[in-house]
Design a protein around this ligand. Structure first.
Ligand code: UDX
Length: 433
């Protein structure tokens, strides 16, 4: 069986390489010639653990190719659409224009009997619209399925090869059969395989992300309450997390969620619900977003309180990526806080093990350090904003020796506050005494 993957960003590149790893012949197609050249040379255009070896191995084996030529999909049996659906400029809604162009390319080149599986995160109703578009543009009766993706950055290969469930939304007869063949090894390993209609499959993805965002904002709201009453949100999360109905995962309070998915998806969900007249059903997502954004402001406030104003103060920011094990800075809380402080007149210097290049693309005027030591040297305060392991391994005594003043804020509740205090730091965290 031959597969094509349209859109070789984060999702598509990993999906293409993992499908080749399963033994399929795969062609990855994208309009971005630089990205295609990088991938074809066996190099990852982004940081993702475990991805590059799979890429290299499958290109060398001749099972995986990348091209900008859309006609390369002509002999594929299944076409995966993995293009981005970013937040549209000046609106909360998702911009689906790349999904539309991908479908136009499929209609132009796909052979009769082949099927399309959409993996991009789309507003509910998109799949039905795209099937109608395919029917109009192609005489081959090409069937569409919606097959949402749940991969996490930093675990993309693991999540693609060992998903905790596979969901497909279908309308016709043949797409399910083809996708059962694609995912046969996972189905044989007892991975739940759920077949639904189009709207349910589309909603599975947005509602999963809305739930995760809500869980994070719930604990961050509790952190706000803890700050008022003197409670400890980490102990609170541990205690409620022991209830199996609640669970401890995704209850880490801190500066909140960012990235290319959660913030965009809860906004697009609200925009789509408003179009459908069910705005009230997801009105709580406004608060989820608001709690999330307030945590960023809280760190800026804390830094000002601690330092008696931040103008002219040297602040070392540890972390730029939206989460560890990623170089992605899209909607990164760390970078947002760093740039707000810098715009407010602080002398901010930032360090991240992998995300410096992307951080500089977004904020070219940011002052960057080449190492943790360089960032800390002469700093009046250190802000820990992305919980990379190398930051947890910092020895607070050594940090204090490098710094001008011993002030620390842990925006991720991941450092050992007692150890930092024992080293002589005035150390603060979110939602903790
Ligand atoms: C998310 C979903 O988890 C994934 O299933 C979907 O396919 C894409 O969106 P990802 O964006 O890679 O994945 O990141 P995730 O691990 O979910 O973290 C999102 C954000 O939430 C990060 O900024 C992270 O730091 C933050 N987070 C996560 C918390 O603040 N607290 C937590 O307890 C967990």
């Amino acid at each position: 069986m031959k597969l094509s993957v349209i859109g070789t960003g984060y999702l598509g590149a990993v999906h293409a390489a993992c499908m080749a790893e399963l033994g399929f012949d795969v062609v990855g197609i994208d309009v971005d010639a630089d990205k295609i050249a990088t991938l074809q040379s066996g190099k990852a255009p982004f940081f993702e653990p475990d991805f590059e070896p799979i890429l290299e191995r499958n290109i060398a084996a001749g099972r995986l190719h990348f091209t900008t030529d859309f006609s390369a999909m002509a002999d594929a049996d299944v076409h995966f659409v993995c293009v981005g659906t970013p937040q549209a400029a000046g609106s909360l809604a998702a911009d689906t224009r790349y999904v539309d162009s991908a479908i136009e390319e499929v209609a132009r080149y796909a052979k009769a009997g082949s099927v399309v599986a959409g993996k991009s995160t789309v507003p509910v109703g998109t799949a039905a619209r795209l099937q109608a578009k395919l029917d109009e543009l192609s005489a081959h009766g090409i069937e569409l399925a919606w097959n949402p993706e749940f991969l996490r950055e930093g675990f993309a290969v693991e999540d693609t090869l060992h998903p905790d469930r596979i969901v497909i939304g279908v309308q016709g007869e043949s797409a399910e059969g083809w996708l059962r063949q694609v995912y046969a090894s996972m189905i044989a390993a007892n991975t739940p395989f759920l077949v639904t209609d189009f709207p349910t499959a589309e909603l599975v993805k947005v509602s999963a992300n809305a739930f995760l965002a809500t869980k994070i904002s719930f604990i961050n709201a509790m952190a706000e309450v803890c700050e008022t009453v003197g409670g400890d949100v980490v102990a609170l999360a541990d205690a409620i997390g022991h209830d199996v109905r609640i669970g401890r995962r995704f209850l880490n309070a801190g500066i909140g969620f960012g990235g290319g998915c959660l913030p965009k998806d809860i906004r697009a969900f609200q925009a789509r619900a408003a179009e459908l007249g069910v705005e009230e059903a997801v009105a709580f997502l406004r608060d989820v977003d608001a709690v999330n954004m307030r945590r960023r402001s809280r760190v800026v406030e804390l830094a000002n309180e601690m330092l008696g104003g931040t103008v002219g103060k040297r602040i070392a920011v540890l972390g730029a990526a939206f989460k560890p094990n990623s170089d992605d800075v899209r909607d990164s809380p760390a970078l947002d806080i760093a740039s707000t402080l810098a715009e407010g007149g602080a002398d901010v210097i930032i360090y991240d093990p992998e995300a410096m290049a992307n951080a500089l693309k977004r904020f070219p005027s940011l002052k960057t350090a080449d190492s943790i030591e360089q960032a800390l040297t002469g700093a009046d305060a250190v802000l820990h904003l992305t919980e990379w392991k190398v930051f947890r391994d910092i020895n607070p005594v050594e940090a204090k020796n490098l710094m001008n003043h011993a002030f620390m804020i842990d925006g991720r509740n991941a450092l050992d506050l007692q150890a930092w205090r024992a080293a002589g730091f005035e150390a603060k965290a979110l939602g903790r005494p």
